[in-house]
Ligand binder design. Structure first.
Ligand SMILES: Nc1nc2c(ncn2[C@@H]2O[C@H](COP(=O)(O)OP(=O)(O)OP(=O)(O)O)[C@@H](O)[C@H]2O)c(=O)[nH]1
Ligand SMILES: [Mg+2]
Length: 284
């Protein structure tokens, strides 16, 4: 039976660990099995129950304190992820099999890992070789909606991650609750944007000069040509919104398609096979 995984990725501070925590709580509420694995060797704070933690294998401080390596925080993190890639057996041991296995991988926020360093691609390959169906959940802070150039930059990062990882991919806008009323009103135009049109409207004030505008227009045209990037907003205060996002992810990885149908217990049947004894069935 295949197993399922979400790689929770995105820029630093975009809300990956929060997403894992909120989704784990939501799944607990709807009585669905989910395990969260921390893959961030520099993680300091997360509040989900962790099933496995890469820091048990290597921590970013190990790489920084090693005087023969002499790494700073960024080099140290890349070193740790490459160390993980050389020790995938460790990860395999952590992924013990349960029924309905569904794992969330809380990944580091260094964007190079998704755009041009091969580690995450290697991780995807490994997971697939262990019969996992893997989906990338790319999170972007909704503050990227406040101006079109930022949005182009966020969308390009999403696009390069998509084409690099080559797995089913969902882009999510986090921190929706922090947007003010007018930004919320504005949001529809960004969710399935026709970026080139959007930019024509938004760059009227020529704030950054003609070169910056032409660069953004060219990038927006590229995004339009690929026509792959669109965003789903996520507001944790709305359970239905969380559920809709989960359904979309389930569909992309065909979660549940191979599962045996579970037998529903008849709610009026007493537990067990034996005579219920003192329970009055109501029939003589
Ligand atoms: N209001 C609000 N705050 C959020 C939301 N998601 C995340 N945050 C906050 O944003 C900050 C960063 O969130 P994290 O979940 O740690 O982000 P991360 O992507 O895991 O960060 P790194 O692991 O450092 O890359 C924390 O203070 C969170 O409480 C959200 O949807 N709404
Ligand atoms: Mg985190």
């Amino acid at each position: 039976m295949p197993r399922y995984a979400q790689l929770v990725i995105g820029p630093a501070g975009s809300g990956k660990s929060t997403y894992c925590s909120k989704l784990a709580t939501h799944c607990e509420t709807i009585k669905r099995q989910v395990q969260v694995i921390n893959l961030d060797p520099a993680a300091e704070n997360f509040d989900y129950p962790v099933h496995a933690d890469v820091r048990d294998l290597i921590q970013v401080d190990d790489a920084m304190e090693d005087t023969s390596l002499n790494f700073g925080p960024n080099g140290g993190l890349v070193f740790c992820m490459e160390y993980l890639a050389n020790n995938f057996d460790w990860l395999h041991e952590q992924l013990d099999e349960h029924e309905d296995d569904f794992f969330l991988f809380d990944c580091p926020g260094q964007i190079e890992l998704y755009t041009h360093i091969p580690v995450m691609k290697q991780l995807v390959g490994k997971l697939q070789s262990w019969d996992f169906r893997v989906c990338a959940v790319f999170l972007l802070d909704a503050q990227f909606l406040v101006d079109a150039a930022k949005f182009v930059s966020g969308s390009l990062t999403a696009l390069s991650t998509m084409v690099n990882l080559e797995i089913p991919h969902i882009n999510i806008l986090t921190k929706m609750d922090l947007l003010n009323k007018s930004a919320k009103k504005h949001i529809d135009r960004y969710l399935e944007p026709e970026l080139s049109t959007l930019l024509l409207e938004e760059f009227q004030d020529e704030e950054f000069g003609p070169k910056f505008q032409s660069l953004n227009k060219a990038m927006a045209q590229l995004l339009d040509d690929f026509s792959l990037v669109h965003f789903v907003p996520l507001d944790y205060s709305d359970e239905e919104n969380i559920n809709d996002v989960l359904i979309q992810i389930d569909m992309t990885i065909q979660y549940g398609e191979d599962m045996e149908p579970k037998e529903m217990r008849d709610p009026i049947e007493p537990d067990g096979d034996e005579d219920p004894g003192g329970v009055d069935s109501g029939y003589d």
